[in-house]
Design a protein around this ligand. Structure first.
Ligand SMILES: Cc1cc2nc3c(=O)[nH]c(=O)nc-3n(C[C@H](O)[C@H](O)[C@H](O)COP(=O)(O)OP(=O)(O)OC[C@H]3O[C@@H](n4cnc5c(N)ncnc54)[C@H](O)[C@@H]3O)c2cc1C
Ligand code: SF4
Length: 324
């Protein structure tokens, strides 16, 4: 059986030409291909054409704007983001997240757009064709049953992107272009909690850029735990942004990844105005536990991943609190 079926490639030089090319049925955008191509090689999808975005003029540009905000083209590599002086100094959480993706050779090619829009993952899905066919496939692709939640009518594959939670706590916005023109949304709104359809992009739309506002009084950090420190997806990842006013939490944002079908903001309003102490840390743990939905989608045990998620949530806020 031919797993990797033939497809055409387009390499447009402008965003407008990319949008035109994406209008055709069965056409997908392609960044560096580090997520998409391994999936296609496993028979996970049979596109008619790929639109290679890496030839688009200016899509990889990173610039700081006069109002103190940051604009990053969707084609910027993770290496360029991690090594960018202004990002390292002013938005270190973003540099930390980009730097923690996979390994160095990978980051030299992988794009911001591809990182944010990468597919969700599941141990019953990211497998070879013969493995999946031997197990009757699954709901996400070709099958009629979920192996993680057997009676479920939706897929619970997990989102493991590192960069999205950092952008979410930095209050970043995504610029999207498509057949209907341009629109911007908060980064959190790029995603929905559905393992088979986790992006809210409409047909023919693509991510063009990310805009990050000035940090003001916020400080932020990202932390992840993975099996192999040199190259691996997060078992759990947490980004937090804090405003400390003496012994008071004046502002707090927490976002998690590796736990659900989308990166999620944890509702932490209950902690505002109080001190950061053991009781507050326990409240945060409860809020993270309530927001997350860790399931049997990786080879690592559910209880362990949940404990890791709670532990790094506390660790990140501890670090930010001590640093102010
Ligand atoms: C061994 C290995 C380890 C990895 N480790 C990590 C990790 O630690 N953390 C992590 O976050 N990821 C990891 N990844 C996943 C992935 O490689 C990275 O997220 C990478 O940043 C994807 O970028 P890319 O440019 O290669 O995306 P591509 O593979 O080109 O694209 C990924 C998806 O995004 C879509 N897409 C690409 N650009 C756009 C755009 N501008 N607008 C809309 N859709 C778009 C594509 O259609 C595709 O569906 C790993 C992958 C491998 C193989
Ligand atoms: S969560 Fe269920 S439907 Fe989704 S990929 Fe895994 S086994 Fe398939």
């Amino acid at each position: 059986m031919n797993i990797l079926t033939d497809f055409r490639t387009h390499r447009p030089a402008t965003l407008a030409d990319a949008v035109n090319a994406l209008a055709a049925d069965g056409t997908l955008p392609l960044g560096a291909g580090t997520d998409l191509l391994p999936n296609l090689r496993r028979g996970l999808g049979h596109p008619a054409a790929l639109v290679d975005l890496t030839g688009i003029d200016g899509l990889g540009v990173i610039s700081t704007l006069a109002d103190g905000s940051l604009r990053i083209g969707a084609g910027a590599t993770l290496e360029a983001i991690a090594e960018h002086d202004a990002i390292r100094t002013t938005w270190p959480a973003l540099a930390q997240a980009a730097e923690s993706v996979a390994g160095p050779t990978h980051r030299a090619a992988a794009t911001l757009g591809g990182n944010l829009c990468q597919d969700t993952r599941c141990t019953f899905y990211n497998q070879s064709e013969w493995w999946r066919s031997g197990n009757g496939y699954c709901l996400k692709y070709k099958g009629d049953k979920c192996h993680v939640i057997v009676k479920s009518d939706r897929c619970y594959a997990t989102y493991h992107g590192d960069v999205a939670p950092a952008l979410m706590v930095l209050d970043a916005r995504a610029e999207i272009v498509g057949p209907a023109g341009k629109r911007t949304v908060p980064v959190a709104q790029l995603f929905r909690e559905s393992g088979a359809e986790h992006l809210t992009l409409e047909k023919g739309e693509l991510l063009a850029a990310i805009e990050v506002p000035p940090t003001g009084a916020w400080s932020a950090a990202y932390s992840k735990v993975r099996i192999r420190d040199a190259v691996d997806f997060p078992l759990a990842g947490v980004a937090a942004a804090l405003q400390r006013d003496g012994d008071r939490i004046a502002g707090l944002r927490v976002a998690i990844t590796g736990s659900n079908s989308a990166p999620l903001m944890v509702p932490v309003d209950a902690l505002l105005g109080g001190n950061w102490d053991d009781a507050a840390a326990e409240t945060l743990a409860q809020l993270v536990r309530k927001t997350s939905n860790v399931l049997r989608t990786t080879i690592t045990g559910v209880k362990y991943r949940r404990r890791v998620l709670l532990a790094i949530s506390r660790k990140v806020v501890d670090q930010l609190w001590e640093a102010r």
